[in-house]
Ligand binder design. Structure first.
Ligand code: ADP
Length: 293
């Protein structure tokens, strides 16, 4: 399987006339509650793409429903543990202009235990790869243990933080970044400079950069592959990057070429932006083939 050590969040989305001001108590018009977190989204996308994924993470013991929802989506959940910490959650205000303001509490995502991570990885040393984002603790440790076991590591450093730069990124099998993350990693602005800097620094790593409505590019062993985005009407880009990561990785692990994996990831993420929500917007492989016909 693909092992994904990743966040599981509960998103609380409050519709408000305007963002709450200091000292103000503001009534929300509606509340919707759903499963999210980059880790969970990417596991669901891998499963939707037909991949085999084992998710490693934690939620509060009262949130078994979140684990059940992942299981129902086809994600392996044996390595998800129940914790006494609050589940990771986001309090999201969406105003009348469609802008959002978010308070994020890492909670159980930030209290993964070293023993859990090392025992899961040791148990799965035959794994196709380890997928990591940047919403859980033990990122450097997970990377180091997997590398020692000879498991290929795939990193999507979202959200980008300074400590990502200190990781031994040249040991990565694959790095998947959006434009902002790529710029944050390199300090370069122009995409050509970003690509050149990352290729110099990570010569053996498969480098994938997503470019929003411009599609995506992949640089590996001297070659650059490009994929134009589908022309779609974007409704909600939440989860586009996660859909891309899950589909791309599932493609590579299933033995598709880099070009075909890229094309499938671009198509899946384009479909995702035409729908609202994150997990709810991830298309199935069937939907991809219907879209193309
Ligand atoms: P993130 O969601 O992490 O910010 P991007 O904005 O780069 O990442 O989007 C990820 C992928 O989603 C892109 O590579 C592209 O394939 C697809 N995508 C995003 N926005 C659009 C859009 N407006 N039209 C078509 N595809 C899109």
């Amino acid at each position: 399987p693909i092992i994904n050590i990743g966040s599981i969040n509960i998103d609380y989305v409050y519709r408000v006339p305007h963002f709450v001001q200091p000292g103000e108590t503001l009534a929300s018009q509606t509340l919707s509650k759903g499963l999210g977190g980059k880790g969970a989204n990417q596991s669901v996308a891998i499963a939707a793409a037909g991949g085999h994924v084992q998710h490693v993470g934690q939620v509060h013991q009262s949130d078994v429903w979140a684990v059940e929802q992942l299981t129902a989506a086809g994600v392996g959940t044996d390595a998800i543990q129940l914790s006494s910490e609050a589940s990771g959650h986001a309090i999201i205000q969406v105003d009348d202009a469609g802008e959002n303001a978010i308070v994020l509490h890492g909670g159980a995502n930030q209290t993964l235990k070293p023993d859990t991570v090392s025992s899961v990885l040791t148990q799965h040393s035959e794994a196709a790869c380890l997928l990591l984002q940047n919403e859980c603790n033990l990122l450097a440790d997970s990377f180091a243990i997997a590398h020692e076991l000879g498991v290929a590591v795939v990193l999507n450093p979202a959200p980008m933080t300074q400590d990502i730069i200190d990781l031994p990124l040249h040991l990565l099998d694959t790095l998947i970044v959006n434009q902002g993350e790529a710029q944050g990693l390199t300090g370069e602005i122009a995409i050509d400079d970003v690509v050149r800097t990352l290729r110099d620094r990570l010569p053996n790593t498969r480098l994938v950069i997503t470019l929003g409505a411009q599609g995506a590019l992949l640089a590996h062993s001297g070659k650059i592959l490009e994929c134009a985005a589908e022309h779609v009407t974007a409704v909600d880009t939440t989860g586009a990057g996660d859909t891309f990561v899950g589909y791309f990785l599932a493609g590579v692990v299933a033995g598709l070429s880099d070009q075909d994996s890229l094309a499938r990831a671009c198509l899946a993420s384009a479909i995702a932006v035409t729908r609202s929500g994150a997990i709810s917007s991830i298309p199935t492989l069937d939907e991809l083939s219907r879209y193309k016909n």
